[in-house]
Design a protein around this ligand. Sequence first.
Ligand code: KIV
Length: 294
Amino acid sequence: MSTHPAADAPRGHVTLPSLAASVAAGEKLVMVTAYDYPSARAADRAGVDVVLVGDSGAQVVLGHASTVPVTVEEMLVLAQAVRRGLTAPLLVCDLPFGSYEVSDEQAVATAVRFVKEAGADAVKLEGGGRMPASRIRAITDAGIPVMGHVGLTPQTAVALGGFAAQGRTVEAATRVLREALAVQEAGAFSLVLEAIPSDLAAEITPRLQIPAIGIGAGTAVDGQVLVLHDLLGLTEGRAAKFVKRYASLLDAMVDGVAAYADDVRSGAYPGPEHGYAMPDGVLDAVRDGFPPAP
Ligand code: KIV
């Protein structure tokens, strides 16, 4: 059992109306990524509102250098495991790069797979130009809620000039604001604002009727999202400026495995308490049927 007061409190299912009601009541929404059963259980027990099976799993779970290579099939396996671990939070799944850009029909077909095969409550896709807006409309018309994502959109980071904050010039800030409004207009139920100036997020958020969830977007947004592996200290190297580390799990994992390795090498593990006994006489009876061991 967790010792944190917010953990393990009984809660009902999070729904789109309950999310909107929380925002209307002035509560901040909490969203976190998860990619497997244990991380889903941790998020569920910690009482978060929304769990995202992010395509960031391409990097933090599958070891790719970017989110681009992850496939629908790989994302589905992650999403199915997360679904099994959740009881209350809303489950949102990222549509990976290449699975929705070709046509509205492709986008709807991919979104349907996440709902039917992984039990997703909603899907998320990146961008706010004409193409993403049309895809959002098509998917919502098919009855699947869509979360948008503008600002720094990692799937197209190369085209944006790299993993840099967005919206820092008049032109760029105007583009982010226009895209946020277009995503709302297209029917999204919520919107991620990633790596944009806090003042720009504060300008965008009150212009939206849908919840804005920030990651590197300051405090004026309706909620926050972080990549689980970043916040738990499971990633190596320098983290993005907006990451706050709440634990050092990779160090704890290395320490645990190293202690096990030491015990195996020294003979301290396994101890007598880790072994199985057998009734008297059984081994003698087995030996009777074999020549003696050399
Ligand atoms: O893939 C992901 O983890 C995301 C979040 C950063 C919002 O899209």
